[in-house]
Design a protein around this ligand. Structure first.
Ligand code: NCD
Ligand code: ZN
Length: 346
């Protein structure tokens, strides 16, 4: 039985680090095991210009522990007023790696997102021309669409038309949660990738809603039926280069989660690799963990895989903190509801 695995140092292709005291508390949790991460720009106010991305990157670098080699890969938040020339300059200067599309109102801090997709057509065309990938939060927000159908409807009504209208645009379907997402991504060719979170491999909607409401399992896109979770497990563990890890680790203080109208987000940075190793072992796919965490993402983004490695060993159940303290308050660490046996040892 395998009880040690060594893989290239992983990257996280979708991460929320926030700012200020929260940033200082959560950045080390990711930097401990990951070499790079795509940093989400949904601050308040959002990171919209190249200059804002540069200044946010500097704040992240100063929040890292002494000697950390972690590289934040910055993104811009696409608005209807985004200037294609500023975006192109930031991309050419290596300041940004991608641009994030939030449909207006879809999730936490998305009020400045896109409502009228025709307005961003020139920006998307510019991105296709310069080879800058678009990371997409794929949910429609129409009030007549059931929240559990938001992703499937988005693919049909928004994503597919955008891709047809913008040949050459590289797109990442972020945090897919449905079998429709898996299917569409796997048929999309090399210009289409998809990230899958750690928590969507573990929870389905029953975990949020059955036996009492569990705010710490509430995130967006919301977890779906069990058959969708199983489709995500098959995709993540398949080795298919379309699929790679984007944890969507999204810290909110307990004070902001445990409310009559609580925030969406699961904080998984602390125990993500132990959970993933457990999941891949359960599915007989430990030998494909590295593709998911360390090879498929860089390949999509046209970056080299990391040179370094990390080693995990299997043993007695791992202990990890159930929360971390931040200057803003306590953030609860995602509970995978199962013992974890794999620990990162170096
Ligand atoms: C994210 C956040 O808190 O910023 N929340 C979440 O549930 N995933 C926003 C997002 O990625 O949708
Ligand atoms: Zn996110």
């Amino acid at each position: 039985m395998t009880d040690t695995i060594t893989i290239r140092t992983p990257d996280d292709w979708h991460l929320h680090l926030r700012d200020g005291a929260m940033l200082r508390a959560v950045a080390p949790e990711t930097a401990r095991h990951f070499a790079r991460a795509i940093i989400m720009p949904n601050l308040v106010p959002p990171v919209v210009t190249g200059a804002e991305a540069a200044s946010y990157r500097d704040r992240i670098l100063s929040a890292l522990p002494e000697g950390s080699a972690f590289t934040p890969l910055m993104t811009l938040y696409l608005t209807e007023d985004t200037d294609p020339e500023d975006l192109a300059r930031a991309h050419a200067d290596g300041l940004i790696t991608a641009v994030k599309l939030y449909p207006a109102g879809a999730t936490t801090n998305s009020a400045s997102g896109v409502a009228n997709f025709d307005k961003v057509r020139p920006v998307l065309e510019k991105m296709a021309e310069i080879g800058c990938p678009l990371c997409v939060h794929g949910e429609v927000v129409d009030s007549d669409i059931d929240i559990f159908d938001r992703e499937a409807v988005f693919i049909e009504r928004v994503l597919d038309p955008i891709r047809r209208a913008t040949p050459g645009l590289r797109v990442v379907m972020e945090h897919i949660t449905t079998m429709q997402g898996v299917e569409y991504a796997s048929e999309g060719g090399p210009e289409l990738g998809a990230t899958i979170t750690t928590h969507h491999l573990v929870i389905n909607r029953n975990h949020i809603l059955a036996g009492g409401i569990k705010p710490h399992y509430y995130c967006l896109p919301v977890a779906k039926r069990e058959e969708h979770r199983l489709a995500l497990r098959r995709a993540a563990t398949s080795g298919d280069p379309t699929f790679f890890l984007g944890t969507d680790s999204a810290p909110h203080t307990d004070a902001n989660k445990l409310l009559p109208c609580g925030c969406a987000g699961c904080f998984t940075a602390t125990n993500t690799l132990s959970i993933l190793a457990e999941v891949f072992e359960q599915d007989g796919a430990l030998d494909r963990l590295e593709a998911f965490t360390s090879f498929n993402g860089p390949k999509f983004y046209g970056l080299p895989a990391n040179e370094g490695t990390i080693t995990l060993t299997k043993g007695e159940p791992v202990t990890y903190p159930d929360h971390i303290d931040t200057g803003d308050g306590v953030v609860t660490v995602f509970d995978p509801m199962m013992p974890l046996h794999w620990r990162v040892v170096g």
